[in-house]
Design a protein. Sequence first.
Length: 95
Amino acid sequence: MGFDCLACTACCLFLEVRVLPADEVPPELRRLTASGAVMRRAEDGACIALDRSTGRCRIYEQRPAACREFRVGSAGCLDAIAWMEGRRERPQSEG
């Protein structure tokens, strides 16, 4: 199976991204939960850094480690695609 991330963006729509203290994510794009910082989400649930018109990350050079280390075709990737295709529910996010 081939993957075209720019045509998909499922991970940016589906996954809650943890922000580590060492990540250089601008503070206004983070929100605090009981277990630490995560990326904020837009009203439609997408990562706040996703540019919906281009399918690209607006903070690509400063993206969190979780995004830099995310692997195309991984279990998380396939879960996100399954959610987009209506084959699974979105996990509940924290506070």
